[in-house]
Design a protein around this ligand. Structure first.
Ligand SMILES: Cc1ncc(COP(=O)(O)O)c(C=O)c1O
Length: 345
């Protein structure tokens, strides 16, 4: 059975065009920098983000970790959102592998970190204190509803960081969704950042891989540390070939995913027992809750939905996140809405 999979945009399988490009990719040993397809992907990513250089990494988690390791020394502190992926969902890598301490501050409902909270968290120079080194933003902010951060806000944080001798890293796993939703060039959105990670393997539909972008010196150090972490890959042009299609083609169709997320939210708002969160969706994620009178929980609904051929992933006992992507068409949206209707009633 072919499921309609709304659990995440990470479930996207490569497109037929990607599979073809992968089969035909020109490759070489990338640790020797001999893979022309990887070189092309890295140049393209750097150019699209307006940074000097970029590095192909196996995952978003490794890209974020490398950024943290390059920017920080052991014992340094990083200001992160308390709902950020780096803080919640990267297995504590910064502490375990980098000896770096997170300083979590509250994510506001709009996904931002309040300037006053950041400012208050910057450590004073004192022999007792860790050294604050870095601020991390997440764009789009996943747990706050897939909400995009604006270029104006990112500029403000960049200024605050640099004025205080800090660096700014953007976890832009879905930065192209953020750019498309606001109709701004991705370059402008990340201009204030010293480093940016984004994922090819989410809404951009590549099977594997993320990119880390920044200044030449930053990327050179990240390349060294990638090797240390065991992320030096060889004939990986077979994967980079899909990534090139992600950048050249898939970035241009993300508005379709956003439109379908809106359509799905409109449909779900009509289903008794479901409360789509105010403002949702901002990009490709619809967040909704079960109203109090629904006697079954999200896990039970998930099991029922599966019988109707729809996969969903509950966030907790009463909340769902549904994600649209390349493999979700109009028919899938309609089926998902009626599957919810049938599962609840
Ligand atoms: C906001 C955010 N950052 C980073 C990552 C990590 O990416 P990966 O799963 O490729 O390690 C994810 C993955 O879902 C994410 O949503």
């Amino acid at each position: 059975m072919e499921y309609i999979d709304l659990r995440s945009d990470t479930v996207t399988k490569p497109t037929p065009e990607m599979r073809e490009a992968m089969a035909e990719a020109e490759v070489g040993d990338d640790v020797y920098r001999d893979d022309p397809t990887v070189n092309r992907l890295e140049e393209l990513a750097a150019e699209m983000l307006g940074k000097e250089a970029a590095l192909f990494v196996p995952s978003g988690t490794m890209g974020n970790l490398l950024a943290l390791l390059v920017h920080c020394q052991r014992g340094d502190e990083v200001i992160v959102g308390n709902l950020s992926h780096i803080y919640l969902n990267e297995a504590g890598g910064m502490s375990a592998l980098g000896g770096i301490q997170p300083c979590p501050i509250q994510n506001q409902p709009d996904g931002t970190l309040a300037l006053k909270d950041i400012f208050a968290s910057i450590r004073t120079e004192d022999v007792h204190h860790p050294i604050t080194r870095l601020i991390c933003l997440e764009n789009t902010q996943n747990a706050c509803g897939g909400i995009p951060l604006t270029p104006e806000y990112t500029h403000q944080i960049g200024e605050l960081a640099h004025h205080n001798g800090l660096r700014l890293h953007v976890d832009g796993a879905r930065i192209f969704n953020a750019a498309v939703a606001q109709n701004v060039p991705v370059k402008e959105l990340v201009q204030p950042a010293d480093s940016v990670m984004f994922c090819l393997s989410k809404g951009l539909a590549a099977p594997v891989g993320s990119m880390l972008a920044g200044a030449n010196r930053f990327i050179a150090r990240a390349r060294h540390l990638r090797k240390m972490l065991g992320g030096g890959m060889r004939q990986v042009g077979v994967l980079a070939a899909a990534g090139i299609i992600s950048l050249e083609k898939m970035t241009k169709r993300l508005s379709e995913d956003h439109a379908r997320a809106k359509k799905m939210a409109e449909g779900l708002r009509q289903v008794k027992g479901l409360l789509v969160e105010a403002g949702s969706p901002y990009t490709n994620m619809v967040y909704l809750n079960l109203s109090e009178d629904v006697p079954i929980n999200a896990q039970q609904i998930t099991e029922k939905m599966k019988k109707f051929g729809v996969l969903v992933d509950p966030e907790n006992a009463r909340r769902f996140r549904l994600v649209t992507h390349y493999w979700i068409d109009d028919e899938a949206v309609a089926t998902a809405v009626s599957a919810f209707e049938s599962s609840l009633h």
